[in-house]
Ligand binder design. Structure first.
Ligand code: PLP
Length: 438
């Protein structure tokens, strides 16, 4: 029972370096956050040791009296945080993360090779929404299901709902996914619902990115219109790395004869998670979900979520005032996509330069990009910076760093500009200590 720094100093040294990296840089990856001490305490607790296949009260292993209590608490708090009633909604808190949550949901409600539609990955969707390329089925959700992507309008960057409806009428999917990994505008769940109703599809909303904003009520609520809502808990929600599936219970529709058609999602989804795809739940993580949901159901969290959005707006305004193109012209949420084509640099170069000055972000395709391999944009998010206490005035300073970094990036010219190693020196001289001091 020695401490990690005694039992494994080699590993501990690496962990220390990562901690320093997280502390001394600006974390602007839209899907990341700094979770809280209680969440970390749950994750490293003795709950980790226990096997508990099954659901509370119906386990395949003994000794689960307290584990049952933890899971029931996590379920209860998850429903409370999203203000949905246990009569109308059920929840499964066992998925190991967002991707398994999505895959489990699809296997539960769509037969093998059944049809699904999701936003295309280069347009801002997630891999698990059925992604494939011209030459390859990339995601298991495109291998085991027939998927047809919908797109954003290349001019406006906004989801093309009219085209989605036309395609859905022809394709007749069993399920449509409303969810994004890189899209800065609120989703029109009412419109998604109408499209699903017209073609007889389930509406699954994947609120992974925005689940903290939904909990705080600062973005439209997918529960009002969806049959199923999936989420991760580690992004804007600021909890542990995990996944959660919410599903409707009760009456789904009334047919022409006036008969009630009931939802049958509960057992299908629970069984898809276990024993369908997973084994023993990670009880330490489930405890961390419970405490994260409690934290997200507070006035302090609402203040946090509002600040996340205010910071993203300030970032978007600041970058636009310096001449950068922000896709869709702004943001309603915690992230934005900067189109670097007019700035004369690629997304990869932008990401690289910003990393050199201790700003972490990721290159991303922008609408109209010819190649997903060489994307033209960078995605920036504010959840992590906001957790660290940054407010609008600090964001103005961040805009300044990004702008100076990207301007310098233009000077990296493969043929005639400074060599990369000289360039690095230039960057480090220009920015020494400034980012760290924020
Ligand atoms: N769904 C969306 C919309 C996401 O953005 C992500 C991750 O970025 C996931 C699902 C998958 O989550 P995980 O990485 O936890 O598997």
């Amino acid at each position: 029972n020695r401490n990690i720094w005694e039992s494994d100093p080699e590993l501990f040294e690496i962990m220390k370096k990562e901690k320093l990296r997280q502390k001394s840089g600006l974390e602007m990856i839209a899907s990341e956050n700094f979770t809280t001490l209680p969440v970390l305490q749950c994750l490293s607790s003795c709950l980790h040791n226990k096997y508990s296949e099954g659901l509370p009260g119906q386990r395949y292993y003994g000794g689960n009296e307290f584990i049952d209590q933890v899971e029931v608490l996590a379920q209860k708090r998850s429903l409370e945080t999203y203000k949905v009633s246990p009569e109308e909604w059920g929840v499964n808190v066992q998925p190991y993360s967002g991707s398994p949550a999505n895959f489990a949901t699809l296997t539960a409600v769509v037969e093998p090779h059944g049809r699904i539609m999701g936003l295309d990955l280069p347009d801002g969707g997630h891999l698990t929404h059925g992604f494939f390329t011209a030459t390859k089925k990339i995601s298991a959700t495109s291998i085991f299901f027939e998927s047809m992507p919908y797109k954003v309008d290349p001019e406006t960057g906004l989801i093309d709902y009219d085209q989605l409806l036309k395609t859905a009428r022809l394709f007749k999917p069993k399920l449509i996914i409303a969810g994004v990994s890189c899209y800065s505008r609120a989703l029109d769940y009412k419109r998604f619902r109408a499209i699903c109703d017209e073609v007889g599809a389930y509406l699954m909303s994947d609120m992974a990115h925005i689940s903290g904003l939904v909990a705080a009520g600062v973005t439209p609520n997918p529960f009002d219109y969806s049959d199923i809502v999936t989420t991760t808990t580690h992004k804007s929600l600021r909890g542990p790395r995990a996944g959660v599936i919410f599903f409707r219970k009760g009456v789904r529709s009334v047919n022409a004869k006036g008969e009630k058609i009931m939802y049958d999602l509960e057992s299908k989804i629970n069984q898809a998670v276990f024993p369908g795809l997973q084994g023993g739940p990670h009880n330490n993580t489930i405890a961390a979900i419970a405490t994260a949901m409690k934290q997200a159901n507070t006035p302090e969290f609402v203040t946090y979520a509002k600040q996340v959005v205010a910071n993203a707006r300030r970032l978007s305004d600041g970058l636009q005032s310096k001449g950068y193109k922000v896709v869709t012209g702004g943001t309603d949420v915690h992230m934005l996509l900067v189109d670097l084509r007019s700035a004369g640099i690629t997304g990869a170069k932008g990401e690289y330069i910003l990393e050199e000055i201790s700003i972490a972000c990721n290159k991303n395709t922008v609408p109209g990009d010819k190649s997903a391999l060489n994307p033209s944009g960078i995605r920036l998010g504010t959840p992590a910076l906001t957790t660290r206490g940054l407010e609008e005035a600090d964001i103005d300073a961040v805009v300044g760093f990004i702008d100076r970094g990207l301007r310098l990036a233009k000077k990296i010219n493969d043929k005639s500009g400074p060599k990369l190693v000289d360039f690095k020196k230039l960057l480090h001289e220009e920015f020494q200590g400034e980012v760290d001091s924020l």
